[in-house]
Design a protein around this ligand. Structure first.
Ligand SMILES: *[C@@H]1O[C@H](CO)[C@@H](O)[C@H](O)[C@H]1NC(C)=O
Ligand SMILES: *[C@@H]1O[C@H](CO)[C@@H](O)[C@H](O)[C@H]1NC(C)=O
Ligand SMILES: *[C@@H]1O[C@H](CO)[C@@H](O)[C@H](O)[C@H]1NC(C)=O
Length: 913
């Protein structure tokens, strides 16, 4: 035994990995057994029983990185990105990992300095420490990393100067093989050293934006002929822009805005590929608009707000074939603005407010295709100026607008676990562009990037962006796997990488952007049992519409603390052993206090509905997330059982057309379920005019498709499959984008193997929707849901309730129906607000489908899967893409406005201490 102590043998992989494992929570479920190299441990690769790679991106790890990792002497890859729960300092001993090629710790919570000797990792190719809280200077020794390809230290709190080499020290200028210097979003100061750039460099991206840099741009930048993106915005740079930047012929993105540049507006005509140019808010010499810009054939976005421009705008500018966004506000531009020669088929936006423009001309087609703002110009100064370009059309806040609601490719081919997160971006700001404008381009751009990176991605779904308080747009992103129902950890790491790079690839859509990935505990196709914490992260991430990472962390922390406490004091309701409360996966536990606060003490104003089980309230969490709370009537045993059924069902289902369970609360004898709040109420409310939302025919078709997809998912893809049992328009909810979601699972039953359930006691359901066969036989099948759905279809065409003044809608329609006559002779029954002047396309087919669904015998009815296909066909026939935007011709949402929200929900009142 002494023998070992004397010689201090290097710990083997087994020992080291068990030390790491002990320092972390939420390690993958299959990290069991003694041998991490046995081929089983998720995220671990070995060679000759030595660990060579640890790739555990976004698995929800928490804890610290133990210095013992330095004993893994063969380690080449260490990727722990997107584990926000990983914190502590980066152990200095990490510099002993001499074989390390990739060190990726993006989006964790590491703090403290970057180890000074990091430059001794001679083989390092990528050093990616983006989005942590590192402080202190950028170590000089990084200059020794001669193989370094990617240096990304963005979005930390690094300070000091940008290190360059001198006689005795190394510096970043020595990194001649590096393609990427990403140093933006820190607190770097001093000048941009002229030594930083050399002609033998191979830099593609130089991102130094949003620091405290001063001095001028060194002319040496013009030596780096490989550059494609240069971002210096948001510093205090001065002096003229060096003329030789014009030599950089491959630059596509150049952003110099928000500095203190002086001198002439730079001549950039050499930049033949320049697509995105932002020079705004500098103090250039007053000058005519540079006519040479008309030669930048690739230009899509030109922003020169407040840059001292004067004289007329050359009409040749509008010859540029790709120009989409032109922001020249707050200058002295005069003369006529003549855009008539623009042949761009793109929708264009031109913001020229506060200039001296005296007249404006456009073609009639442009009237609809170009958003022009000339407010604050002489052309709009006449008192009677009523032209469309003399007002600023503020886009109505996005959640009242219809927008794209589907993934790009077939999302519902198979149930799968999407990787989710929040994308923050700041596209060129234009009032006339509402948030929906960005949804589809963002999806398409992401999809392209995934394809380019050959990632196994089936589709991408981005929700309607919302504005955060800093003026960023934020969207929840869901990336769906192709091939299998989940991503592995390596792919997650790559997806995160792509998402984080969007700003550079597509500045005109994204502007500066950032991605915060949620945890992804499904890498073996199942949510990890031991991994509830990370599921919480992903649920909150997905549901909160972009709660900040910190908050997610905080909430997760609270939960973890709670869990710990419960173990200590054993007072916490033991979910596993209680026979009343089912075991919950993927739902967060809320405290009673939290819910009380979120609802303003269950105020009357927040009471939004009632049922046999109790009441429904709406509330707002500290994160700003809106929730709906179903509060069980105290002492209601029946309700309790229904609750359990609902939790059990909901914790297993995840689909965009099914209402998402966020969590629950079982404290002080209360039982509450917490859902995502679906803003636009129920389909019933819309049809009856209660919610103020008008559904035209196209939207109705879309709602039908969404609801059918949700039900088909429950019937066909959840395991065990689920019969909803209470399909009705009041249980179909519409979100801010008018996507329909099936909700209220109070009566739901998982289907057992026989696929039939004998409903033992009484018939349950809602009058007017109850399947007559089930009523008679008490045999419950999924065809009962199909019946209910058929009734909903009839409601969509008629606007009527299923049972009105003693008359059943199904019977009424059957009686009037005459397929030989116009509109099937249903004029009397059709809802006039569909707009019946021109025959709604596909109306007859929807009626046919509805009548099939309400056949007496279940076996004569189609399955929900067949219903989905048929509705998709009908949408095609009606000229609509079932996987596209449900945008509407004459949508009038303006009045479906704020007053739907009771005063108690206004943010000020609910901003909780
Ligand atoms: C801008 O630079 C180009 C060379 O790239 C030159 O031909 C042109 O004359 C310059 N324009 C002005 C206005 O200086
Ligand atoms: C536009 O402004 C310039 C000076 O910036 C002036 O010389 C010119 O006469 C003005 N043109 C018109 C039409 O007002
Ligand atoms: C919002 O943007 C979409 C897409 O550009 C457009 O179709 C719609 O008319 C816009 N709505 C408003 C109110 O600006």
């Amino acid at each position: 035994m002494e023998f070992f102590l004397l010689f201090c043998p290097i710990p083997d992989a087994v020992t080291v990995m068990s030390i790491l494992k002990d320092a972390w929570q939420n390690t993958p479920r299959n990290w069991v057994g003694a041998d991490p190299c046995g081929g089983k441990w998720e995220g671990i690769s070995c060679y000759n029983s030595r660990v060579t790679s640890i790739t555990l991106a976004a698995v929800g790890l928490t804890g610290e990185l133990s210095g013992d990792i330095s004993s893994l002497s063969e380690l080449e890859v260490l990727d722990l990105s997107y584990n926000t729960g990983l914190s502590g300092t980066l152990p200095a001993s990490i510099v002993n990992l001499k074989k390390l090629k990739n060190l990726k710790l993006v989006g964790c919570s590491f703090y403290g300095p970057i180890p000074e000797l990091i430059g001794s990792l001679q083989l390092l190719e990528s050093l990616d420490l983006n989005s942590n809280r590192f402080t202190g200077p950028i170590p000089h020794s990084i200059g020794n990393l001669s193989k370094l390809f990617l240096l990304d230290l963005s979005n930390n709190m690094l300070d000091g100067a940008i290190p360059v080499s001198s006689g005795t020290t190394s510096g970043l200028d020595m990194l001649v093989n590096a393609n990427h210097f990403h140093l933006g979003g820190n607190q770097l100061s001093g000048t941009i050293p002229k030594e930083l750039f050399r002609s033998n460099m191979t830099l593609i991206h130089v991102l130094l934006h949003d620091n405290n840099l001063t001095g001028s741009i060194p002319s040496t930048l013009g030596l780096v002929q490989t550059l494609e993106a240069v971002r210096f915005e948001g510093n205090s740079l001065t002096g003229p822009v060096p003329p030789n930047l014009n030599n950089l012929t491959t630059v596509k993105t150049l952003i110099l805005s928000n500095n203190k540049f002086t001198g002439p507006v730079p001549n950039l005509t050499g930049m033949a590929y320049l697509s995105y140019l932002d020079l705004s808010n500098n103090i250039f010499d007053a000058s005519d608009f540079p006519s040479s810009f008309s030669n930048l054939r690739a230009l899509t976005t030109l922003m020169m707000e407040n840059t001292g421009l004067e004289g007329p705008i050359p009409p040749t500018l509008f010859d540029l074939p790709s120009l989409q966004t032109l922001i020249l506000r707050n200058n002295q531009l005069n003369g006529t603005l003549d855009i008539a020669r623009s042949s761009s088929s793109q929708r264009e936006a031109i913001d020229m407010r506060n200039n001296l423009i005296s007249s404006y001309s456009e073609t009639p087609e442009q009237r609809n295709n170009v958003d022009v703002i000339l407010v604050g110009n002489p052309v709009c100064e006449r008192t009677e100026a009523t032209e469309h370009y003399c007002t600023v059309h503020q886009a109505i806040s996005s959640f009242l607008l219809p927008c794209t609601s589907d993934q790009i490719s077939s999302p519902n081919s198979k149930f799968s676990y999407p990787y989710t997160g929040v994308l923050f971006f700041r596209p060129p700001f234009l009032e006339s562009r509402n948030a929906t404008y960005y949804q589809r381009p963002v999806e398409e751009s992401l999809m392209r990037s995934f394809k380019n990176s050959s990632l196994p991605v089936d589709s991408v779904y981005v929700n309607c962006p919302t504005n955060d308080s800093l003026g960023n747009l934020e969207s929840n992103v869901s990336v769906f796997p192709s091939g299998q129902n989940h991503f592995n950890t390596t792919t997650i790491s790559k997806i995160g990488f792509v998402l984080n790079r969007q700003t550079i690839e597509n500045p005109d859509i994204f502007g500066p952007s950032q991605f915060k990935g949620a945890a992804y505990p499904y890498f073996d196709g199942n949510p990890t049992e031991s991994n509830k914490l990370s599921i919480i992260g992903s649920i909150i991430g997905a549901a909160a519409g972009g709660a900040s990472f910190l908050l997610i962390l905080l909430l997760a922390g609270v939960y973890a603390y709670r869990q710990k406490k419960s173990r200590e004091r054993a007072t916490y309701l033991d979910l596993k052993n209680s026979d009343r409360v089912p075991q919950l996966k993927g739902a967060r536990c809320f405290s009673f206090d939290e819910i009380t606060k979120s609802t303003n003490n269950f105020s009357e104003a927040n009471h939004i509905g009632s049922g046999g089980y109790g009441m429904v309230y709406r509330g707002m969490l500290r994160t700003g997330q809106l929730i709906a709370i179903k509060r069980c009537r105290q002492g209601s045993v029946q309700g309790g059982l229904e609750f359990n059924a609902e939790i059990e069902v909901l914790s297993r289902v995840h689909h965009k057309n099914v209402v998402n369970l966020v969590g629950f609360c079982f404290e002080r004898g209360e039982q509450m379920l917490i859902y995502e709040f679906v803003r636009n109420g129920s389909l019933r409310d819309s049809l009856s005019g209660l919610s103020g939302i008008w559904l035209d025919w196209r939207r109705r078709l879309k709602v039908a498709l969404d609801a059918a997809r949700g039900l088909a998912y429950l019937h066909e893809l959840v395991n065990p499959r689920i019969i909803h049992r209470d399909v009705k328009s009041a249980n179909i909810l519409l979100d801010e984008c008018l996507n329909a979601k099936v909700g209220d699972f109070g009566l739901s039953k998982p289907m057992d193997n026989s696929e039939l359930i004998l409903a033992s006691t009484q018939v349950k359901g809602t009058m007017g929707y109850i399947d007559p066969e089930y009523q008679e036989t008490l045999l419950l099948t999924e065809k009962s849901d199909v019946y209910g759905f058929g009734v909903v279809l009839l409601e969509l065409v008629s606007g009527r309730k299923p049972l009105e003044r003693g008359k059943y809608l199904v019977a009424e329609v059957s009686r009037s129906l005459d397929r030989k006559k116009d509109l099937y002779s249903l004029h009397e029954l059709l809802d006039p607000s569909i707009g019946l002047d021109t025959k709604p396309k596909g109306l007859d087919k929807i009626v046919d489908l509805a009548m099939k669904c309400v056949q007496e015998k279940g076996s004569d009815r189609p399955t929900m899967g067949e219903v989905v296909k048929e509705i998709e066909n009908i949408l095609h026939l009606a000229g609509l893409n079932p996987n596209a935007e449900a945008e509407s011709t004459s949508a009038s949402f303006e009045e479906a406005s704020q007053d739907e929200f009771p005063p108690s929900l206004k943010e000020e009142e609910l901003s909780l201490s």
